[in-house]
Design a protein around this ligand. Structure first.
Ligand code: PRT
Ligand code: ZN
Length: 284
């Protein structure tokens, strides 16, 4: 029994998707870019597909799970479950118009025409905002649609914004923020669900590791209590006496997000010799 995983064949998410599997200890060789390949040390088969096809294949059970942009999942609107957010491929779906046009509100689009490869998401947005606009569906190069006179505005994926800038456009509404997600067929067999649980366990350990740092520091004993509340760690911090009496070494784990604030506070309590070390995997 193998879990069939669909990932993008060649595109922005391909490399990161394979990297994620690698971080989960799963060995995949795709030297010759086949349509499918079996993992060497995990009950998994990998299918390499266009991202547009992944939702449908997962719905039909051709693949059991898939990795692709959330934008694509929402646009295709298939009967699949989003089971994990993966933290890469971040982008947004935004409306943009010629940079010299005056924009006050979304009512700008009333009676106008917008070009996009994401007609479903856009029409839902216009419906919610009660805007009556024409949607021109095109397959690619959406950013040139206004300059060639095809549309008044565009709705497309934006990451740095430099493509818009180069095409004389400005971003005026973010409709959706997106990242790579894992989707699953809703009727997996018990055997396949068990393999998926193993995979998700490993993904979580990797994500936790990436989000946290191991911290080691020396502190005067009189500040131990305050410092322990700052770096509570997974259960409690480890405290070891230093040879120098009156001082201890503290070992703990802190989150990347409040990293610098914690460091500043630690210093103010007299901590020194602070080492911050990356964590490869973290099982809580
Ligand atoms: O061949 P296949 O159909 O599989 O691939 P594709 O061409 O449909 O998709 P691909 O590989 O371009 O993108 C796959 C996914 O990556 C998208 O569905 C998004 O979820 C995600 N992603 C993240 C992006 C971007 N960032 C991105 N910047 N997808 C596209 N872009 C485009 C953007 O539209 C713009 O034209 O890249 C260009 C550069 O963006 P700026 O804003 O940085 O200039
Ligand atoms: Zn695509």
């Amino acid at each position: 029994m193998k879990l069939k995983v669909a990932i993008q064949k060649s595109g922005r998410l391909s490399e990161k998707s394979l990297e994620l599997l690698k971080e989960c200890g799963i060995k995949v060789s795709n030297g010759d870019r086949k349509l499918k390949t079996a993992a060497q040390n995990f009950p998994m088969e990998i299918l390499f597909l266009r991202d547009d096809d992944i939702p449908q294949y997962v719905e039909q059970g051709v693949a059991d799970i898939g990795i692709l942009g959330e934008n694509e999942v929402l646009e295709k609107d298939k009967n699949v479950a989003i089971i994990e957010r993966l933290g890469f491929g971040n982008c947004r779906l935004s409306l943009a118009i010629p940079k010299d046009d005056v924009y006050d509100s979304v009512s700008y689009f009333q009676g106008k025409k917008v070009a996009t490869s994401y007609p479903k998401i856009l029409s839902k947005f216009f419906l919610e905002k009660k805007i009556d606009a024409a949607i021109e569906e095109i397959g690619g190069s959406v950013e040139i649609a206004t300059s060639i006179g095809l549309a008044d505005g565009i709705f497309d994926i934006v990451s740095t914004g430099s493509t818009l800038l180069m095409n004389g456009l400005k971003e005026i509404e973010t409709v959706l923020t997106s990242e790579a997600v894992m989707i699953s067929n809703k009727n997996l067999t018990k055997d396949k669900s068990e393999i998926l649980d193993k995979l998700l366990f490993r993904i979580k350990a990797f994500k936790n590791g990436a989000r946290n740092k191991y911290i080691v520091l020396n502190a005067p004993n009189e500040s131990l209590e305050k410092i322990c509340t700052l770096v509570p760690g997974m259960r409690t911090p480890t405290i070891l006496p230093l040879a120098d009496s009156g001082w201890s070494s503290i070992h703990s784990v802190i989150e990347e997000d409040d990293f610098w604030n914690v460091i500043d506070a630690l210093k103010s309590y007299g901590a020194e010799g602070i080492l911050v070390i990356p964590i490869e995997k973290m099982i809580v």
